[in-house]
Design a protein around this ligand. Sequence first.
Ligand SMILES: Cc1ncc(COP(=O)(O)O)c(C=O)c1O
Length: 344
Amino acid sequence: MIIPFQEKQREQFYRLLDKVFDSSYWSEGEMTRVFEDKFGEYVGVESRAVVNGGAGLLAILDYIDVKGHDVIVPANTFWATAQAVKKTGGRIIYADSNRSDLCLSFEDIKRKVTSDTRAVIVVHIGGHIAFEIEKISEYCHQNNIYLIEDCAHVHGASWNGKKGGNFGFAGSYSFYATKTLPIGEGGMVVSGDKEFLSWLEKYRNYGKYVIDGKVCYPVKNGFNYRMSEFSAALGIVQLEHLSEILDWKRSLAAKYDAIFERKVVLPEGMISGYYKYIVFDYPRLREVTGQVFGINDLGCRIEGLDLHLENAEWIVAHHQCPPMYYGWEYADKSIDELRDILFK
Ligand SMILES: Cc1ncc(COP(=O)(O)O)c(C=O)c1O
């Protein structure tokens, strides 16, 4: 059994904490900048740290000013995605997902788009990139619609070499305690748009900016969405450790591949970060983790809407997730032993 945050990571973290204390900057200092640079290099897009993944979504939606406009959101996602649209004043338009990847359906996006659609949010559910992301990206580009990627699950995944956050205007990663790269609470906004990133640096700090020693507030709607230096230090350590986490998950996934026939089947060129391992139509497994997602997580359900999104409803009723969290005590068992643990 593996201890998720091992001795060598702890020592590295303590050394970085000493650096934070020595610097006297407990926020807005060197650690945050280093974490941003390293994460940006890893993902292949520039990055800015925020306090959590939901705040990252708020920032993107506020910047593109969705207030009063339609934003297409998958029905099958955690409530955070839709709630961010609601909080920034957008009109949530729920769309259906595909049974193959659990992600937003391109066909349903086209059905739901109107002249007032400002943005589409694709959620890379479960740890792989949405299978239709390239088609969706091209369509959004051609129709002047902002594509936002909710990257809360997609650490370490790539599609023909491109990681989450490279397909749209901007993406938001979460480092919540259960995520593949956990730091307790935290998020990272990634984008190739320099103007947006510069705006975000102010937005996450109440809109404040200091020019020639003078304080001004050039950005509206800003709030405190900063990441502390302590969290950033932990992020640096976890990012360095990420490849070990991913190897561990992939080796468990390879065993599950031998056990489960009915599952999300990754297309050629897709590498999953395995936030979850998703199987369909099995009797209730003896060991499971949370679904992506359960009926009570769905925004349309939370809002009390009577929508019939056939595939989202099917996904909720037909999938389960055998354990895939880093450190699961039975992960090093053999395939036969795992089969017994899950089914007997
Ligand atoms: C799909 C999705 N989007 C957004 C979030 C929000 O992330 P955070 O909890 O860091 O705000 C989460 C998760 O927790 C999530 O699962």
